[in-house]
Structure formats: C-alpha cells, structure tokens
Design a protein around this ligand. Structure first.
Ligand SMILES: [Zn+2]
Length: 282
C-alpha cells in the first residue's frame, strides 16, 4: 500500500537565553517624572531571546540568529557600554549552534535565514550560515554596512559580527522597499515591515496545518504591552510613523489570516511556547 502521509513542516522555538535593559528602551517613557514624583525611577527588565526553526519539506528556514557566543566578557565583541546596557545571560546549551545540534541540524543544512533586522540579539550568529541565503531588508543592510565602514563600535550593530559576515562571504538576498509577501516555501512568507524599530524590519507569516497561522513580529512589536491598543512604542526607534504603521499592518494581517502574533521579547508569551527541547508545532 502506498504511503500517503505527506511530510509536514515542524516549527521549533529555540530558547537562546535572557537579556536585560532599561525598561524605557522597551516601552518609551513608561514612568515619566511629574511634580508629585520628580525622581520617577526606571528599572532594568529581563526578557527572552529566541529563534525559530521551520523544518519544512521544501527546506529548512531559520528566523533570526540570537547573539554571538563571543559577545560578552573582557574579550567579547560587544563594547563595555553595550554589555552594561544590554547584558546577555545564556548558558552554553542556549547558544544557537547548540540548540540546532540538539535537533540534529547543522548550520549548513539551513536553506534560508531570515534576519528580522541586524541588531546584536538577532544577527549575532549569521556568520555560521555560509550555505544559506540570508534574507534581509535592503535599508537594514545598507545602514549596517555604513556603520561598519565608519568603524562605529557603540550601539546595537556589532562591528565584530559584521566583520565575520563579510569574511565568511555570506550570500545575501535583500528585500526591496516595495517588495512584500515573498514566498520561501508553501505556507511561509516574508513580511516587509519597512522602517520602524530599525532601518528595515522583516517578519514571517507561517501557516501550519494543525496550529494554524502565526506571524513572527520580532521587534516590530516587543511585547503584548507594546501591541496594545493603544500602541506603546519602544525607546529604540528609528522611524516612529513607520513603527505605528507596521503595528497596524500586523494587527490587520493577523485578523485577516486568523493568526497568532508572536512578539519579539515577551516574557509571558514566551513562557507558554512549546520549546525545542519539549516538542514542536505542526
Ligand atoms: Zn531584539
């Protein structure tokens, strides 16, 4: 008898550790000073860093790459200021290559890597994927290469990471400003969020046979609190008008396609995800 069971995509959520930062970076002006409270404090908030692997019959797709294992410490790629402002804590099993190894996936097995943007906690391990097509927004790519050429060492774009991408001769595919809904495999489309949190943001729309629709928003929406309504923009923002437009686009798209929105760094939402060590979505 013929085997009629078709291979189905499996989606894995990989836990890549925790980061902390001033809450104002996450929700701008969350606690403004007033005459009653002239020294209103801010606080460090902790949040998860995660990546998503889609093991699709048409090829493996990775969404984001977390931080580089060599980021922190005296000889780390991040400057001392960056390490103090955005400390990343992860034990070795959280490193992306170890998470993939646990799933018996080698970096060279990945067909597409979608880089939501090129900040330190999303693009840190791009250098490993020399066999893949790396998909990035053209404005994000251009801005990042400019910061590299200018030897800018402070901030969210890590000079040492970019240097490794160039040395490893990655294969880049840029999403142009007017391009959208780029299909990578059946049921998987790249969303062009444009400028907002960073110069050029990408997301992923996923349709799974059992689980249904998922939109990976990445840092276009940090948390449920950011999503609102009302929208609460972050303190790290390049284009505030573009930011709000993107959030409304995601809200509309989620409704139209009956999709869950997966936020970039929501601790409560992340807690509920099935992690790659426990199982997968299909
Ligand atoms: Zn982030």
């Amino acid at each position: 008898m013929a085997n009629i069971i078709e291979a189905r995509p499996k989606l894995y959520v990989m836990d890549n550790g925790r980061m902390s930062m001033d809450k104002n970076w996450m929700i701008a002006m969350h606690n403004p000073a007033t005459t009653d409270n002239p020294n209103a404090p801010s606080e460090m908030v902790e949040f998860p860093i995660y990546t998503v692997l889609i093991d699709h019959p048409e090829g493996k797709i990775l969404f984001d790459t977390s931080c580089n294992p060599d980021s922190m410490g005296a000889n780390g790629r991040w400057t001392e200021n960056t390490q103090k402002a955005f400390p990343w804590v992860a034990n070795e099993e959280c490193y992306l290559h170890h998470r993939l190894e646990q799933l018996r996936v080698r970096p060279e097995d990945i067909k597409f890597v979608v880089a939501s943007h090129l900040h330190l906690d999303h693009a840190g391990c791009l250098e490993m994927f020399t066999n893949a097509t790396i998909i990035v927004h053209e404005d994000e790519f251009n801005g990042t290469l400019q910061s590299y050429a200018r030897h800018q060492k402070e901030g969210a774009y890590i000079w040492g990471d970019i240097d490794a991408w160039i040395k490893n001769q990655l294969q880049w595919q840029t999403v142009k400003r007017e391009e959208d809904f780029l299909e990578l495999a059946s049921g998987i489309r790249v969303l062009n969020f444009g400028s907002g949190h960073a110069w050029g943001m990408l997301g992923l729309q996923i349709q799974l046979p059992e689980k249904g629709g998922i939109i990976l928003a990445s840092d276009a929406i940090y948390t449920a609190e950011s999503f609102g309504p009302p929208i609460k923009p972050p303190g790290i923002i390049y284009d505030s008008v573009g930011y709000a437009k993107t959030v409304e686009k995601i809200r509309r798209l989620a409704k139209q396609t009956n999709s869950e929105v997966w936020f970039g760094h929501d601790a409560k939402q992340f807690e509920k995800f099935i992690k790659s060590t426990e199982g997968y979505y299909e």
